[in-house]
Design a protein around this ligand. Sequence first.
Ligand code: SAM
Length: 253
Amino acid sequence: MKPYDKFAYVYDRMGADLHSVKMAEYTFRIIRKFDIRVASLLDLCCGTGTALKIFHEHGYNVAGLDGSTAMLSAARKKIQGKRIPLFRQNLPCFNIPDKNKSRKARRFDLVTSFFDSLNYLKNKTELKAAFHSVNRHLEPGGWFIFDMNTPEALKTLWGSQCYAGAENDLAWIFQNDYNPDQPSAACRVTLFVKKGKGWQRHNECHIEYGFENKDIKNLLRESGFTVKGLYNCFTFNSPAPKTTRICAVARKK
Ligand SMILES: C[S@@+](CC[C@H](N)C(=O)[O-])C[C@H]1O[C@@H](n2cnc3c(N)ncnc32)[C@H](O)[C@@H]1O
């Protein structure tokens, strides 16, 4: 089973959508800080569409992209009736064609990617290819804002720990394994979902890869960006060695 095939159905119920809400609020603070003019926005790895809905309600012209059919189907329900195009494509390389075909790629003022979605890319080559694709989809001077788990997060928060929870009709177990070599962490998700009088069991494996801040900055620069800020996420402070989540703010040259 592919990651998110089943997790998609319980993602919001487990409160995983709340991160997007927090990131959208933080993004508005970043937009004010840098006086960014936003009319159009692409949310990369948009998941169940929480940020898309918030940004659309704010008046932006938004579009979403994700690799998971199940996550996109949850997003489609959430944004029903709104004119928000959704694209099913896989990173690292993606292409959204321009509507009037005058350009190869549609361009946006701002691209966002929340909740360690970019940690699913396996190495620096893939991360750089994704940054390049983002750059192609930005207007000149356009902005890119994303958060990522740090290697410290994979080591200490994911670590080799086990998390579990249960409700009347849903139970979940997250078993994590940290691999210091790459570094990466695998999360084996087991879901039990009540079905009639019985329970259905679903297994998924999610693997995230850690990237050093200096590598993220270099890859952004090599992909045509100026790095405007790299923060301890939700603040405007520089990351410390124990920071578990960073937020990068980059601008297309
Ligand atoms: C942790 S979820 C975050 C979803 C959403 N951004 C949020 O904040 O709730 C990660 C998302 O990244 C998507 N994703 C992971 N790897 C991907 C890839 N290579 N291409 C496209 N989407 C990917 C998954 O399908 C999933 O929806």
